[in-house]
Design a protein around this ligand. Sequence first.
Ligand code: G6P
Length: 369
Amino acid sequence: EMLEKGGYDHFMLKEIYEQPRSIRDCMRGRIYPEDGTVQLGGIKEFADKLKNIDRIIIVACGTSWHAGLVGEYLIEEYARIPVEVEYASEFRYRNPIITEKDVVIAISQSGETADTMAAIEMAKEKGATIFGVCNVVGSSIPRLTHAGVYTHAGPEIGVASTKAFTAQVTVLTLMAFYMAQQKGTIANSKLVELLTELDCIPDKIHKALLSNDVIKSIAEKFKDSRNCLFLGRGSGFPVALEGALKLKEISYIHAEGYPAAEMKHGPIALIDEEMPVVVIATKNSSYEKVISNIQEVKARKGVVIAIVTEGDTEVKKMADYCIEIPDADEAFLPLLATIPLQLLSYHIAVMRGCNVDQPRNLAKSVTVE
Ligand code: G6P
């Protein structure tokens, strides 16, 4: 087993460190930065249909649902197609309104999640076109869908999803750009710029992983916390949700992800000197707003751990701890900001003596309802 773990203590850590490579694999043959084009062979036959769709519905569970939320931001931003993101388990029982003009994207690492499969079957009966975003080649979901894009992250053994999540986000980013390209909602020059940058994301993830020691020392400080709040805005919000899910899954610390501005409507009541608050505070369009949210937390004596852009000075003045990630276009923020949160959860869980690869009560894939 040690051999399978490639010298790492746990599969989860190995899979976290595999991300520069898994994301590279996921993009291989799909992006052409020089001419600003994206090619997705798996959905090519629907390229024309994508020009005229009314709406996209994303269905998924767990971490895959968080990837779906990132997809919503990207598809709406670049392809200007309205997107709804649904928990498969809710969607399937809700008699939802679906027409032949809808495209449903089902996201699933395993390709075997029972609720996601049932949601697909229902949407298919109502005439929607179904795309899959799956990791396991030849699993059940790719066989149920009309078309799809594999994430090619390689086998994920750790129950808590890491590299499969970032690969899902990568595929959804590619899909957003692909749809934008088909619809003409993006200038080719912009696509050249974005794809050139996307091509460098694996290297930037490698760089983000170099903060491991800093993150480990922060984990030491918070390993005995009972609660933890994660805040983000825009596409930093699904990153916050995913950060909280990771922490609760493997360390059993109660954690909640919240849109930073929504904090005032509830979680702020919980903040005191015992409450660590992880904030996605990178330099992007919501930077100033996030800074005022940090001030609100500090005013209530909360302890702030901020994920910041390399070279940041403003947040550093306020936050108790900072973890830097490389600068990147806002489109790629979720890919980078996720990395330190995975490492933070990992180290906290190890320090608490938890079984990180097989957390209690959780299954890698939920094949029953
Ligand atoms: C389980 C796993 C999660 C996963 C979720 C959805 O809860 O523990 O890591 O995100 O199922 O699984 P899927 O294979 O459909 O992505």
